[in-house]
Design a protein around this ligand. Structure first.
Ligand code: NAI
Length: 335
């Protein structure tokens, strides 16, 4: 049995974490959960967003499934999510965007995978105040961090028989920083002669994704562009409730949905747990329980093909709990 740290987080986190645990149990996942509290409520009670036992648990297990955590905008503490990714050097952020069931969406049959560099760029947190009226945020791009994420994207493309890799930058304007990322992609691509490298500028990429996303396959990009484009891609298949993520480093991995804590719907029973369930599927893949992950994905496709089982974000009448029960029942029926 694999021991995994489970951090429910805040906002809709505890609801969707509870549903996810139920679904994994119904699918027969061989996981023992080590539940740890972190996030806004813990911060308000203790002054610490991520208390020490949470770090100790993640380090002991090497694996975590995490719900979203709220980050105040503009002021207050820095993002706990960004802090975890930096602390454990979780440099590869994998975000698969795949059409599910019969969910009403702009596109069906979409199957894209985005690799986002997860440790540097404008998210490195290097900011300086020049005066009350002038602030600087420094964009940091290094060859080493660029190379390891680009290699991950090519390795994935090779292992999963993907058609090509698209590198997204703004190298025409930020010639040094984005130029380095692009140059590194061109060099890495030479080691994978059977996988063509496409180059697209980020503004054009946003437009191309909206009008013809099927021209893409595996996408690799810098931190900020990856953050924005993955939300856009979520919108193509039905919304943020559906897109999972993995933050992978050399020694440790944390799995979490792309979406945040959704304070607008928290505690109302409306949250869609699909993204967190699919994040758990990425975890199952990672620890070699791929059959169990596939069983859950097939169940999601079946249940998401029934209009009456869809949650409110997908235009349906079901609560998160009713949807979860439908998934558990489907898994039991299709053992
Ligand atoms: P959000 O992703 O929480 O919500 C955006 C919209 O999508 C909202 O209308 C929300 O109701 C909806 N939505 C998101 N997830 C959903 C789900 N599972 N089911 C149904 N509807 C869903 O983004 P927002 O509002 O910008 O951020 C809220 C908080 O979350 C902020 O404090 C932000 O910093 C934090 N955040 C945390 C992340 C993490 O923990 N990894 C990632 C992104 C944001």
């Amino acid at each position: 049995m694999t021991r995994v740290t489970l951090i429910p987080g805040d906002g809709i986190g505890p609801e969707i974490a509870d549903y996810t645990v139920q679904v994994l149990e119904a699918a027969g996942a061989d996981i023992q959960w080590d539940v740890q509290e972190a996030g806004q409520a813990v911060y308000e009670a203790t002054g610490e967003l991520i208390p020490d036992p949470v770090y100790q648990s993640i380090e002991a297990n090497g694996l975590a499934l995490k719900g979203p955590m709220t980050t105040p905008i503009g002021t207050g503490f820095r993002s706990a999510n960004v802090a975890l990714r930096k602390k454990y050097d979780l440099y590869a952020n994998l975000r698969p965007v795949r059409s599910l069931g019969q969910v009403p969406a702009l596109f069906d049959d979409l199957d894209l995978v985005l690799f986002r560099e997860n440790t540097e760029d404008l998210y490195a947190g290097v900011e300086e105040k020049i005066s009350d009226d002038v602030m600087h945020s420094i964009k940091i791009i290094t060859r080493q961090a660029s190379e390891r994420i680009i290699r991950q994207a090519f390795d994935y493309a090779q292992d999963h028989h993907r058609r090509h890799v698209t590198v997204v930058t703004k190298a025409n304007i930020m010639k040094l920083s984005n130029g380095l990322f692009l140059d590194t992609a061109r060099q890495v691509a030479q080691d994978y002669p059977e996988i063509p490298l496409k180059e697209v500028l980020v503004d054009n990429m946003a437009m191309q994704l909206v009008i013809n996303p099927k021209q893409f396959d595996v996408i690799v990009t810098e931190n900020l562009y990856g953050d924005i484009l993955s939300d856009l891609m979520a919108g193509l298949i039905g919304g943020l409730g559906l897109v999972p993520g993995a933050n992978i480093g050399d020694n440790l991995a944390i799995f979490e949905a792309v979406h945040g804590s959704a304070p607008d719907i928290a505690g109302q029973g409306k949250a869609n747990p699909t993204a967190m369930i699919l994040s758990a599927c990425l975890l199952l893949d990672h620890i070699g329980q791929t059959d169990c992950a596939q069983k859950i994905r097939q169940s999601l496709d079946r249940v998401l093909s029934q209009k009456e089982k869809l949650t409110a974000d997908l235009g349906g009448p079901a609560s998160g709990s009713e949807y979860c029960q439908a998934l558990c029942q489907d898994l039991k029926n299709n053992k």
